[in-house]
Design a protein around this ligand. Structure first.
Ligand code: ZN
Length: 540
Protein backbone atom coordinates (compact mmCIF):
# COMPACT_ATOMS: atom_id res chain seq x y z
CA UNK A 1 0.00 0.00 0.00
CA UNK A 2 1.23 3.49 -0.74
CA UNK A 3 0.05 6.76 0.70
CA UNK A 4 -1.44 9.56 -1.40
CA UNK A 5 0.21 12.23 0.76
CA UNK A 6 2.89 12.14 3.43
CA UNK A 7 3.63 15.09 5.72
CA UNK A 8 7.06 15.06 7.36
CA UNK A 9 9.89 17.16 8.72
CA UNK A 10 7.89 19.10 11.29
CA UNK A 11 5.95 18.44 14.49
CA UNK A 12 2.52 16.90 13.88
CA UNK A 13 0.16 17.28 16.82
CA UNK A 14 -2.34 14.45 16.49
CA UNK A 15 -4.49 15.02 19.57
CA UNK A 16 -4.30 15.64 23.30
CA UNK A 17 -3.72 11.97 24.17
CA UNK A 18 -1.83 11.16 20.98
CA UNK A 19 0.68 13.99 21.24
CA UNK A 20 3.29 14.81 18.59
CA UNK A 21 4.59 12.51 15.84
CA UNK A 22 7.17 12.92 13.07
CA UNK A 23 5.16 11.94 10.01
CA UNK A 24 1.61 11.47 8.77
CA UNK A 25 0.36 9.37 5.87
CA UNK A 26 -2.96 10.06 4.12
CA UNK A 27 -4.80 7.64 1.86
CA UNK A 28 -8.22 7.97 0.24
CA UNK A 29 -9.10 11.05 2.25
CA UNK A 30 -8.33 9.51 5.62
CA UNK A 31 -5.40 9.16 7.95
CA UNK A 32 -3.50 5.99 7.10
CA UNK A 33 -0.70 6.22 9.65
CA UNK A 34 0.84 8.64 12.12
CA UNK A 35 4.15 7.92 13.76
CA UNK A 36 7.91 7.85 13.44
CA UNK A 37 9.38 8.94 10.12
CA UNK A 38 10.98 5.56 9.46
CA UNK A 39 7.62 3.75 9.91
CA UNK A 40 5.66 6.15 7.75
CA UNK A 41 8.33 6.20 5.04
CA UNK A 42 7.53 2.56 4.26
CA UNK A 43 4.22 3.88 2.89
CA UNK A 44 5.88 6.26 0.42
CA UNK A 45 5.64 5.10 -3.19
CA UNK A 46 6.41 6.64 -6.59
CA UNK A 47 3.13 8.57 -6.73
CA UNK A 48 3.08 9.71 -3.10
CA UNK A 49 3.09 13.46 -2.73
CA UNK A 50 5.51 14.54 0.00
CA UNK A 51 4.73 17.73 1.90
CA UNK A 52 7.80 19.12 3.62
CA UNK A 53 6.63 20.90 6.77
CA UNK A 54 10.01 22.55 7.09
CA UNK A 55 9.64 22.73 10.86
CA UNK A 56 6.10 24.08 10.83
CA UNK A 57 3.34 22.61 13.01
CA UNK A 58 0.53 20.45 11.62
CA UNK A 59 -2.64 19.86 13.63
CA UNK A 60 -6.06 18.39 12.95
CA UNK A 61 -8.18 20.86 10.95
CA UNK A 62 -9.90 23.31 13.28
CA UNK A 63 -13.62 23.07 14.02
CA UNK A 64 -15.42 26.37 14.66
CA UNK A 65 -18.26 24.99 16.74
CA UNK A 66 -20.56 28.00 16.50
CA UNK A 67 -20.75 30.51 13.68
CA UNK A 68 -23.17 31.76 11.05
CA UNK A 69 -21.68 30.78 7.71
CA UNK A 70 -24.33 32.33 5.48
CA UNK A 71 -24.33 35.63 7.38
CA UNK A 72 -20.52 35.62 7.34
CA UNK A 73 -20.46 35.05 3.60
CA UNK A 74 -23.15 37.64 2.91
CA UNK A 75 -21.40 40.24 5.07
CA UNK A 76 -18.06 39.64 3.39
CA UNK A 77 -19.71 41.26 0.39
CA UNK A 78 -20.69 44.34 2.41
CA UNK A 79 -18.66 47.54 2.50
CA UNK A 80 -15.81 46.93 4.94
CA UNK A 81 -15.91 49.66 7.59
CA UNK A 82 -13.59 47.98 10.10
CA UNK A 83 -11.10 50.32 11.84
CA UNK A 84 -8.25 48.25 10.43
CA UNK A 85 -9.53 49.06 6.92
CA UNK A 86 -10.76 52.65 7.35
CA UNK A 87 -9.70 54.65 10.38
CA UNK A 88 -11.27 57.99 9.41
CA UNK A 89 -14.85 59.09 8.84
CA UNK A 90 -13.88 60.49 5.43
CA UNK A 91 -12.39 57.16 4.45
CA UNK A 92 -15.51 55.34 5.57
CA UNK A 93 -17.79 57.69 3.64
CA UNK A 94 -15.73 57.41 0.48
CA UNK A 95 -15.98 53.59 0.66
CA UNK A 96 -19.75 53.98 0.77
CA UNK A 97 -19.68 56.55 -2.06
CA UNK A 98 -17.57 54.18 -4.14
CA UNK A 99 -20.02 51.31 -3.60
CA UNK A 100 -22.96 53.59 -4.45
CA UNK A 101 -21.30 54.50 -7.75
CA UNK A 102 -21.32 50.80 -8.70
CA UNK A 103 -24.90 50.18 -7.53
CA UNK A 104 -28.26 50.71 -9.18
CA UNK A 105 -30.33 53.57 -7.72
CA UNK A 106 -32.47 52.18 -4.91
CA UNK A 107 -30.21 49.16 -4.32
CA UNK A 108 -29.35 48.65 -0.63
CA UNK A 109 -25.83 49.48 0.48
CA UNK A 110 -24.83 47.54 3.57
CA UNK A 111 -21.67 48.23 5.53
CA UNK A 112 -20.24 46.72 8.67
CA UNK A 113 -17.54 47.03 11.27
CA UNK A 114 -17.12 50.68 12.31
CA UNK A 115 -16.29 51.46 15.93
CA UNK A 116 -16.74 55.12 16.86
CA UNK A 117 -14.11 54.84 19.60
CA UNK A 118 -11.53 53.96 16.95
CA UNK A 119 -12.63 56.53 14.32
CA UNK A 120 -10.71 59.81 14.04
CA UNK A 121 -13.86 61.82 14.85
CA UNK A 122 -14.60 59.76 18.00
CA UNK A 123 -18.34 59.72 17.30
CA UNK A 124 -20.91 57.73 15.34
CA UNK A 125 -21.40 58.71 11.70
CA UNK A 126 -24.59 60.76 11.16
CA UNK A 127 -27.56 60.06 8.89
CA UNK A 128 -26.88 63.25 6.89
CA UNK A 129 -23.32 62.15 6.15
CA UNK A 130 -24.56 58.84 4.76
CA UNK A 131 -27.18 60.79 2.75
CA UNK A 132 -24.44 62.80 1.07
CA UNK A 133 -22.33 59.70 0.35
CA UNK A 134 -25.21 57.76 -1.21
CA UNK A 135 -28.13 60.06 -2.04
CA UNK A 136 -29.87 57.53 -4.31
CA UNK A 137 -29.52 54.39 -2.19
CA UNK A 138 -30.74 53.20 1.19
CA UNK A 139 -27.72 52.66 3.46
CA UNK A 140 -27.36 50.65 6.66
CA UNK A 141 -24.00 50.82 8.44
CA UNK A 142 -23.69 48.27 11.26
CA UNK A 143 -21.39 48.84 14.21
CA UNK A 144 -18.73 46.22 14.97
CA UNK A 145 -20.82 44.78 17.82
CA UNK A 146 -23.77 44.04 15.55
CA UNK A 147 -26.21 45.67 17.99
CA UNK A 148 -26.19 49.25 16.66
CA UNK A 149 -26.81 50.53 13.12
CA UNK A 150 -26.68 53.93 11.42
CA UNK A 151 -29.18 54.37 8.60
CA UNK A 152 -29.50 57.10 6.01
CA UNK A 153 -32.78 58.90 5.35
CA UNK A 154 -33.85 56.59 2.51
CA UNK A 155 -33.37 53.50 4.65
CA UNK A 156 -35.34 55.03 7.53
CA UNK A 157 -38.10 56.08 5.14
CA UNK A 158 -38.41 52.57 3.70
CA UNK A 159 -38.56 51.17 7.24
CA UNK A 160 -41.30 53.66 8.16
CA UNK A 161 -39.22 55.33 10.87
CA UNK A 162 -39.59 59.09 11.34
CA UNK A 163 -39.40 61.71 14.08
CA UNK A 164 -42.76 60.59 15.46
CA UNK A 165 -41.62 56.95 15.91
CA UNK A 166 -41.21 55.95 19.55
CA UNK A 167 -38.32 53.71 20.61
CA UNK A 168 -39.67 50.15 20.99
CA UNK A 169 -39.13 48.15 24.22
CA UNK A 170 -35.54 46.93 24.24
CA UNK A 171 -34.54 49.34 21.48
CA UNK A 172 -33.50 52.92 20.76
CA UNK A 173 -34.33 55.31 17.91
CA UNK A 174 -31.92 58.14 18.61
CA UNK A 175 -32.89 61.80 18.12
CA UNK A 176 -30.94 65.02 18.70
CA UNK A 177 -32.77 68.34 18.80
CA UNK A 178 -35.91 66.62 17.61
CA UNK A 179 -34.26 65.12 14.50
CA UNK A 180 -33.31 61.51 13.77
CA UNK A 181 -29.55 60.91 13.91
CA UNK A 182 -29.93 57.63 12.01
CA UNK A 183 -28.71 55.58 14.98
CA UNK A 184 -30.88 52.57 15.82
CA UNK A 185 -30.05 50.10 18.58
CA UNK A 186 -31.17 46.53 19.33
CA UNK A 187 -34.91 45.96 18.72
CA UNK A 188 -35.32 49.29 16.90
CA UNK A 189 -33.47 47.79 13.92
CA UNK A 190 -36.10 45.14 13.13
CA UNK A 191 -38.17 47.36 10.76
CA UNK A 192 -35.03 48.03 8.68
CA UNK A 193 -34.11 44.35 8.41
CA UNK A 194 -37.71 43.65 7.40
CA UNK A 195 -37.40 45.80 4.26
CA UNK A 196 -33.95 44.59 3.14
CA UNK A 197 -34.64 42.04 0.39
CA UNK A 198 -33.87 38.42 1.36
CA UNK A 199 -31.01 36.84 -0.58
CA UNK A 200 -32.03 34.50 -3.41
CA UNK A 201 -30.66 30.96 -3.68
CA UNK A 202 -27.70 31.91 -5.85
CA UNK A 203 -26.73 34.62 -3.35
CA UNK A 204 -27.01 32.10 -0.50
CA UNK A 205 -24.81 29.59 -2.33
CA UNK A 206 -22.28 32.32 -3.14
CA UNK A 207 -22.26 33.30 0.55
CA UNK A 208 -21.64 29.70 1.65
CA UNK A 209 -18.76 29.45 -0.80
CA UNK A 210 -17.23 32.84 0.06
CA UNK A 211 -17.53 32.32 3.83
CA UNK A 212 -16.28 28.74 3.60
CA UNK A 213 -13.18 29.67 1.59
CA UNK A 214 -12.41 32.31 4.19
CA UNK A 215 -12.57 29.64 6.93
CA UNK A 216 -10.21 27.36 5.00
CA UNK A 217 -7.65 30.17 4.91
CA UNK A 218 -7.54 29.92 8.73
CA UNK A 219 -7.17 26.14 8.85
CA UNK A 220 -10.85 25.68 9.74
CA UNK A 221 -12.17 22.58 7.99
CA UNK A 222 -15.39 22.08 9.97
CA UNK A 223 -18.01 24.40 11.36
CA UNK A 224 -21.47 24.55 12.79
CA UNK A 225 -23.93 26.94 11.16
CA UNK A 226 -25.71 28.02 14.32
CA UNK A 227 -29.07 29.19 12.98
CA UNK A 228 -29.96 27.81 9.57
CA UNK A 229 -33.07 29.58 8.34
CA UNK A 230 -32.22 32.97 9.82
CA UNK A 231 -31.88 34.81 6.51
CA UNK A 232 -33.45 32.55 3.89
CA UNK A 233 -35.84 30.25 5.80
CA UNK A 234 -36.04 26.62 4.61
CA UNK A 235 -34.42 27.82 1.37
CA UNK A 236 -31.10 27.77 3.22
CA UNK A 237 -31.36 23.97 3.43
CA UNK A 238 -31.74 23.82 -0.36
CA UNK A 239 -28.88 26.28 -0.81
CA UNK A 240 -26.53 24.15 1.31
CA UNK A 241 -27.39 21.04 -0.66
CA UNK A 242 -26.93 22.86 -3.94
CA UNK A 243 -23.57 24.23 -2.76
CA UNK A 244 -22.44 20.71 -1.95
CA UNK A 245 -23.70 19.30 -5.28
CA UNK A 246 -21.90 21.99 -7.23
CA UNK A 247 -18.62 21.62 -5.34
CA UNK A 248 -19.12 25.02 -3.68
CA UNK A 249 -19.23 23.88 -0.05
CA UNK A 250 -15.64 24.45 1.15
CA UNK A 251 -16.01 23.31 4.79
CA UNK A 252 -17.73 20.42 6.51
CA UNK A 253 -20.87 21.98 7.90
CA UNK A 254 -23.19 20.84 10.66
CA UNK A 255 -26.54 22.55 10.24
CA UNK A 256 -28.29 23.75 13.36
CA UNK A 257 -31.92 24.46 12.54
CA UNK A 258 -33.63 27.61 13.75
CA UNK A 259 -36.51 26.49 15.97
CA UNK A 260 -37.85 29.76 17.39
CA UNK A 261 -41.64 30.19 17.21
CA UNK A 262 -42.70 32.10 14.05
CA UNK A 263 -39.40 31.49 12.23
CA UNK A 264 -38.92 27.77 12.86
CA UNK A 265 -37.81 25.58 9.95
CA UNK A 266 -38.01 22.45 12.13
CA UNK A 267 -41.50 21.32 10.96
CA UNK A 268 -40.40 21.38 7.30
CA UNK A 269 -37.14 19.62 8.10
CA UNK A 270 -38.83 16.95 10.20
CA UNK A 271 -41.36 16.33 7.44
CA UNK A 272 -38.48 15.84 5.00
CA UNK A 273 -36.78 13.37 7.35
CA UNK A 274 -33.98 15.79 8.20
CA UNK A 275 -33.14 14.83 11.79
CA UNK A 276 -29.86 15.16 13.70
CA UNK A 277 -27.22 12.95 12.08
CA UNK A 278 -28.83 12.87 8.61
CA UNK A 279 -26.27 13.60 5.91
CA UNK A 280 -22.62 12.80 5.42
CA UNK A 281 -19.10 13.96 6.28
CA UNK A 282 -19.51 17.22 4.34
CA UNK A 283 -23.04 18.25 5.24
CA UNK A 284 -25.00 16.98 8.19
CA UNK A 285 -28.19 17.97 9.95
CA UNK A 286 -27.21 19.04 13.45
CA UNK A 287 -29.18 20.35 16.37
CA UNK A 288 -32.25 22.54 16.88
CA UNK A 289 -31.67 26.07 18.14
CA UNK A 290 -33.86 28.30 20.28
CA UNK A 291 -32.84 31.77 21.47
CA UNK A 292 -33.50 32.16 25.21
CA UNK A 293 -31.88 35.58 25.74
CA UNK A 294 -29.64 38.25 24.15
CA UNK A 295 -26.03 39.32 24.76
CA UNK A 296 -24.23 40.41 27.92
CA UNK A 297 -22.45 43.37 26.29
CA UNK A 298 -25.83 44.61 25.05
CA UNK A 299 -27.33 44.13 28.57
CA UNK A 300 -29.88 41.75 27.08
CA UNK A 301 -28.52 38.42 28.39
CA UNK A 302 -31.06 37.29 31.00
CA UNK A 303 -29.50 37.44 34.49
CA UNK A 304 -30.82 36.51 37.92
CA UNK A 305 -29.48 39.82 39.29
CA UNK A 306 -29.69 43.29 37.71
CA UNK A 307 -27.01 44.82 35.51
CA UNK A 308 -25.23 47.93 36.73
CA UNK A 309 -27.21 51.08 35.98
CA UNK A 310 -30.27 52.96 37.06
CA UNK A 311 -32.80 50.88 35.18
CA UNK A 312 -32.04 47.73 37.23
CA UNK A 313 -32.67 45.62 34.12
CA UNK A 314 -31.99 41.89 34.31
CA UNK A 315 -31.88 41.56 30.53
CA UNK A 316 -34.36 39.96 28.15
CA UNK A 317 -36.27 36.74 28.70
CA UNK A 318 -37.30 35.67 25.20
CA UNK A 319 -39.90 33.02 26.07
CA UNK A 320 -41.90 31.86 29.09
CA UNK A 321 -40.89 28.56 30.73
CA UNK A 322 -43.88 26.69 29.27
CA UNK A 323 -42.91 27.60 25.70
CA UNK A 324 -39.28 26.60 26.18
CA UNK A 325 -40.29 23.34 27.88
CA UNK A 326 -42.72 22.53 25.10
CA UNK A 327 -40.33 23.29 22.23
CA UNK A 328 -37.44 21.43 23.86
CA UNK A 329 -39.62 18.40 24.58
CA UNK A 330 -40.97 18.36 21.03
CA UNK A 331 -37.51 18.43 19.42
CA UNK A 332 -36.12 15.93 21.95
CA UNK A 333 -38.93 13.46 21.30
CA UNK A 334 -38.42 13.80 17.55
CA UNK A 335 -34.80 12.72 17.97
CA UNK A 336 -33.04 16.06 17.67
CA UNK A 337 -30.03 17.17 19.64
CA UNK A 338 -30.63 20.72 20.91
CA UNK A 339 -28.17 23.63 20.89
CA UNK A 340 -29.93 26.62 22.43
CA UNK A 341 -28.63 30.12 22.96
CA UNK A 342 -28.38 31.00 26.67
CA UNK A 343 -25.84 33.45 28.10
CA UNK A 344 -27.21 34.85 31.36
CA UNK A 345 -27.49 32.57 34.39
CA UNK A 346 -31.30 32.91 34.41
CA UNK A 347 -31.56 31.82 30.77
CA UNK A 348 -29.16 28.94 31.45
CA UNK A 349 -31.32 27.92 34.41
CA UNK A 350 -34.43 27.90 32.23
CA UNK A 351 -32.67 25.83 29.59
CA UNK A 352 -31.13 23.26 31.94
CA UNK A 353 -34.54 22.74 33.55
CA UNK A 354 -36.12 22.13 30.13
CA UNK A 355 -33.34 19.69 29.12
CA UNK A 356 -33.61 17.84 32.45
CA UNK A 357 -37.38 17.49 32.00
CA UNK A 358 -37.01 16.11 28.48
CA UNK A 359 -34.22 13.72 29.44
CA UNK A 360 -36.16 12.55 32.46
CA UNK A 361 -39.29 11.78 30.42
CA UNK A 362 -37.39 10.22 27.51
CA UNK A 363 -33.92 9.18 28.70
CA UNK A 364 -31.06 9.30 26.21
CA UNK A 365 -27.80 9.52 28.14
CA UNK A 366 -25.74 10.43 25.08
CA UNK A 367 -27.99 13.02 23.39
CA UNK A 368 -25.52 15.79 24.33
CA UNK A 369 -27.86 18.77 24.40
CA UNK A 370 -25.75 21.91 24.22
CA UNK A 371 -25.82 25.34 25.81
CA UNK A 372 -24.57 27.83 23.23
CA UNK A 373 -22.33 30.51 24.80
CA UNK A 374 -23.16 29.60 28.43
CA UNK A 375 -21.16 32.65 29.53
CA UNK A 376 -22.49 33.12 33.05
CA UNK A 377 -23.27 29.57 34.21
CA UNK A 378 -22.90 28.93 37.96
CA UNK A 379 -21.18 26.11 39.91
CA UNK A 380 -24.58 24.69 40.87
CA UNK A 381 -25.59 24.63 37.20
CA UNK A 382 -22.31 22.94 36.25
CA UNK A 383 -23.07 20.09 38.64
CA UNK A 384 -26.46 19.58 37.00
CA UNK A 385 -24.88 19.72 33.52
CA UNK A 386 -22.39 17.03 34.49
CA UNK A 387 -25.17 14.88 35.96
CA UNK A 388 -27.46 15.18 32.93
CA UNK A 389 -24.83 15.16 30.15
CA UNK A 390 -25.43 18.76 29.02
CA UNK A 391 -22.47 20.55 27.41
CA UNK A 392 -21.38 24.20 27.17
CA UNK A 393 -20.39 25.49 23.72
CA UNK A 394 -18.59 28.78 24.42
CA UNK A 395 -16.60 31.17 22.22
CA UNK A 396 -13.47 32.14 24.11
CA UNK A 397 -12.78 34.99 21.69
CA UNK A 398 -15.65 36.79 23.47
CA UNK A 399 -13.24 37.31 26.37
CA UNK A 400 -10.80 39.00 23.99
CA UNK A 401 -13.39 41.09 22.13
CA UNK A 402 -16.02 41.79 24.79
CA UNK A 403 -14.40 41.22 28.21
CA UNK A 404 -14.14 44.94 28.89
CA UNK A 405 -17.77 45.44 27.89
CA UNK A 406 -18.81 42.72 30.37
CA UNK A 407 -16.96 44.53 33.16
CA UNK A 408 -18.61 47.83 32.28
CA UNK A 409 -22.16 46.42 32.40
CA UNK A 410 -21.78 43.90 35.26
CA UNK A 411 -18.81 45.01 37.33
CA UNK A 412 -15.59 43.08 37.87
CA UNK A 413 -16.90 40.63 40.43
CA UNK A 414 -19.43 39.12 38.02
CA UNK A 415 -17.60 39.67 34.74
CA UNK A 416 -14.05 38.47 35.35
CA UNK A 417 -14.93 34.81 35.82
CA UNK A 418 -17.32 34.62 32.86
CA UNK A 419 -16.82 31.86 30.28
CA UNK A 420 -15.02 29.69 32.88
CA UNK A 421 -13.14 27.54 30.41
CA UNK A 422 -10.71 25.75 32.73
CA UNK A 423 -13.53 24.96 35.16
CA UNK A 424 -15.51 23.31 32.35
CA UNK A 425 -12.42 21.42 31.14
CA UNK A 426 -11.70 20.07 34.60
CA UNK A 427 -15.32 19.01 35.09
CA UNK A 428 -15.13 16.95 31.90
CA UNK A 429 -17.66 19.16 30.11
CA UNK A 430 -15.51 19.11 26.97
CA UNK A 431 -15.99 22.74 25.93
CA UNK A 432 -15.58 23.38 22.21
CA UNK A 433 -14.75 26.87 20.99
CA UNK A 434 -15.76 29.05 18.09
CA UNK A 435 -16.12 32.60 16.88
CA UNK A 436 -19.86 33.17 16.42
CA UNK A 437 -18.74 34.83 13.16
CA UNK A 438 -19.73 37.34 11.93
CA UNK A 439 -20.14 38.49 15.57
CA UNK A 440 -16.37 37.99 15.95
CA UNK A 441 -13.85 37.34 13.21
CA UNK A 442 -13.43 33.61 12.49
CA UNK A 443 -9.66 34.20 12.88
CA UNK A 444 -8.63 31.50 15.40
CA UNK A 445 -5.60 33.32 16.78
CA UNK A 446 -7.42 35.78 19.12
CA UNK A 447 -9.45 32.76 20.26
CA UNK A 448 -6.26 30.82 21.13
CA UNK A 449 -4.83 33.95 22.75
CA UNK A 450 -7.89 34.36 24.97
CA UNK A 451 -7.76 30.72 26.07
CA UNK A 452 -4.05 30.98 26.90
CA UNK A 453 -4.02 34.40 28.57
CA UNK A 454 -7.60 35.40 29.52
CA UNK A 455 -6.65 38.87 28.27
CA UNK A 456 -8.95 41.27 26.44
CA UNK A 457 -7.80 43.29 23.42
CA UNK A 458 -7.24 46.18 25.82
CA UNK A 459 -5.01 43.99 27.99
CA UNK A 460 -7.44 43.54 30.89
CA UNK A 461 -6.88 40.24 32.72
CA UNK A 462 -10.06 38.20 33.19
CA UNK A 463 -9.51 35.66 36.01
CA UNK A 464 -6.24 33.90 35.18
CA UNK A 465 -7.36 30.74 36.99
CA UNK A 466 -9.46 30.02 33.87
CA UNK A 467 -6.41 29.91 31.58
CA UNK A 468 -5.70 26.63 29.80
CA UNK A 469 -2.62 25.16 28.13
CA UNK A 470 -2.08 25.24 24.37
CA UNK A 471 -2.74 21.49 24.25
CA UNK A 472 -6.10 22.01 25.97
CA UNK A 473 -6.89 24.91 23.65
CA UNK A 474 -6.09 22.79 20.59
CA UNK A 475 -8.20 19.96 21.96
CA UNK A 476 -11.15 22.35 22.33
CA UNK A 477 -10.71 23.57 18.74
CA UNK A 478 -10.47 20.06 17.27
CA UNK A 479 -11.57 16.99 19.23
CA UNK A 480 -14.17 18.76 21.37
CA UNK A 481 -15.58 20.52 18.32
CA UNK A 482 -16.15 17.07 16.85
CA UNK A 483 -17.53 15.86 20.20
CA UNK A 484 -20.09 18.67 20.23
CA UNK A 485 -21.42 17.22 16.96
CA UNK A 486 -21.13 13.58 18.11
CA UNK A 487 -18.46 13.07 15.45
CA UNK A 488 -15.39 12.52 17.63
CA UNK A 489 -14.88 9.06 16.14
CA UNK A 490 -14.87 10.53 12.63
CA UNK A 491 -12.69 13.62 12.92
CA UNK A 492 -10.83 15.91 15.29
CA UNK A 493 -7.69 13.80 15.77
CA UNK A 494 -5.02 12.56 13.37
CA UNK A 495 -5.34 8.83 14.00
CA UNK A 496 -5.74 6.04 11.44
CA UNK A 497 -9.25 5.96 10.01
CA UNK A 498 -10.19 9.54 10.86
CA UNK A 499 -10.79 12.13 8.16
CA UNK A 500 -7.56 13.61 6.84
CA UNK A 501 -8.32 17.22 7.76
CA UNK A 502 -5.09 19.04 8.56
CA UNK A 503 -3.98 22.61 9.26
CA UNK A 504 -0.35 23.69 8.93
CA UNK A 505 0.64 26.85 10.81
CA UNK A 506 3.55 29.15 10.09
CA UNK A 507 4.66 28.98 13.72
CA UNK A 508 4.81 26.13 16.23
CA UNK A 509 1.83 26.93 18.44
CA UNK A 510 3.09 24.44 21.04
CA UNK A 511 6.15 26.57 21.80
CA UNK A 512 5.24 30.07 20.54
CA UNK A 513 4.39 32.87 22.96
CA UNK A 514 0.74 33.86 23.18
CA UNK A 515 1.62 37.25 21.66
CA UNK A 516 3.25 35.58 18.67
CA UNK A 517 0.22 33.35 18.22
CA UNK A 518 -1.99 36.44 18.24
CA UNK A 519 0.06 38.69 15.98
CA UNK A 520 2.56 36.68 13.96
CA UNK A 521 0.99 33.36 13.02
CA UNK A 522 -0.74 32.38 9.80
CA UNK A 523 -2.26 29.23 8.43
CA UNK A 524 0.00 28.15 5.55
CA UNK A 525 -1.77 25.04 4.33
CA UNK A 526 -5.16 23.42 4.79
CA UNK A 527 -6.01 19.86 3.80
CA UNK A 528 -9.60 18.64 3.84
CA UNK A 529 -10.28 14.97 3.22
CA UNK A 530 -6.80 14.51 1.78
CA UNK A 531 -7.15 17.41 -0.70
CA UNK A 532 -5.16 20.62 -0.46
CA UNK A 533 -7.80 23.33 -0.20
CA UNK A 534 -5.72 26.31 0.95
CA UNK A 535 -2.08 26.93 0.15
CA UNK A 536 -0.83 30.34 1.20
CA UNK A 537 2.52 30.16 -0.54
CA UNK A 538 1.40 27.98 -3.43
CA UNK A 539 4.35 25.68 -2.90
CA UNK A 540 2.88 22.51 -1.39
ZN1 ZN B 1 -24.49 32.73 17.19
Amino acid sequence: MQADIVLRNGPIWCGRQEGVVEALAIWQGRVLAAGADREVSTLVGPSTRIIDLDGRLATPGLNDSHLHLISLGLMMDWVDAKPTTVSTLDGLLSSIRERASRSRPGEWILARGYDQTKLDVQRHPHRSELDRAAPDNPVMLVRTCGHVSICNSRALQLAGIDESSASPPGGLIEQQNGRLTGLLAENARAPVWAVIPSPDEEQLVAAIERGGRHLLSYGITSCMDAAVGQRGGFGEISAYHRAKREGRLPVRTWLTLLGDPDRSIVPQCYEAGLITGTGDDMLMIGAVKLFLDGSAGGRTAWMSRPYLGEDRTTGVQMMPDETVNELVMDAHVKGYQLACHAIGDAAIEQLIAAYERALEAHPDPDRRHRIEHSGFSTPEQHARMVAAGIYPCPQQVFIYDFGDAYISVLGEERALGSYPFKTWMDLGLKPATGSDAPVCEPNPFPNFYAMLTRKTWKGTLMDVSERVSIEEALQAYTEFGAFSQKLEHVKGRLVPGQLADVAVFSRNLLTASADDILDNTRCDLTIRGGAIVHDRHGVA
